[in-house]
Write a protein that binds this ligand. Structure first.
Ligand code: FPP
Length: 248
């Protein structure tokens, strides 16, 4: 089925970001405003994520990363953490057919070993089953922190140096990426954060050197395809210079 509209065609005809990263913020506030428990916001958040995943895939965006659970999120009340983990297992069970149908490859970045075995196994299973899909790569950041990723890379490099499997001169800005969670992941071209907060909150750090930012006032459960298209259009209107000067 093809859902692309005239508006979408206009968007596709220009340069699309290769990698869109999203900080899906505001689930808790959305629920509170409606007098609902926080988890109701997360549930609605999953539905919105589904729509944005499908839209990204239809538009032909090669990589989409969603920040679903940060290292810092472990400090939330136990009940919220447990429900979030249960939601993730349910999500993976439910969405595997969609990923197969849409040819979406699934990949997790973050410390998988922090998770209970049932979730770890589910992640491994979905990663494996979708590994040959090649329409879009959906990256879910789980127990992820940008600083932890950099620190982990440093430790891995130190081990290699100790084993003499690596020479100091072989460590470059590019080769450093081999020690990140998902080395092939290109830097985000566009990073979207919802809910009006103007922070990075330890999402990609090394990778956002030249990323364009789009901050939306909408809470994640209210985020729409229209707002997503607005972010993509805003990206397309920007001139990316990567520190260089263009003379006219
Ligand atoms: C921020 O809202 C959101 C999170 C902590 C992540 C949860 C995200 C989802 C449930 C969507 C998951 C998507 C998939 C594809 C599994 P918040 O709780 O920080 O909101 P607040 O700042 O208003 O409290």
């Amino acid at each position: 089925m093809n859902h692309t509209s005239i508006d979408d065609h206009h968007l596709i005809s220009q340069v699309l970001p290769r990698h869109v990263a999203i900080i899906m913020d505001g689930n808790g506030r959305w629920a509170k405003r409606k007098g609902l428990p926080r988890i109701a916001g997360h549930k609605k958040g999953v539905e919105v994520a589904r729509k944005i995943i499908i839209k990204s895939c239809e538009l032909g965006i090669p990589y989409l990363s969603l920040f679903a659970f940060s290292k810092e999120n472990w400090q939330r009340p136990r009940e919220e953490v447990e429900t979030l983990l249960a939601l993730l297992v349910e999500y993976l069970n439910k969405e595997l057919p969609l990923m197969m149908e849409k040819e979406i490859r699934f990949k997790v970045i973050g410390d998988k070993e922090d998770f209970p075995e049932v979730l770890r196994k589910k992640i491994d299973e979905v990663e494996k089953l979708t590994s040959n899909n090649n329409k879009m790569t959906l990256v879910l950041a789980l127990s992820y922190s940008g600083r932890a990723e950099i620190l982990r890379a440093i430790k891995k490099i130190l081990e290699k140096l100790k084993e003499k499997a690596l020479k100091p001169e072989e460590i470059t800005e590019e080769s450093l990426r081999n020690f990140f969670y998902f080395p092939e992941l290109p830097d985000p071209d566009l990073l979207i954060r919802t809910s009006g907060e103007l922070r990075i909150s330890n999402f990609f750090l090394y990778q956002i050197a030249y990323t364009e930012f789009y901050f939306s006032e909408m809470l994640w459960p209210d985020f729409t395809e229209e707002e997503y298209l607005k972010a993509l259009k805003s990206y397309q209107q920007r001139e990316r210079r990567f520190g260089r000067v263009y003379e006219f």
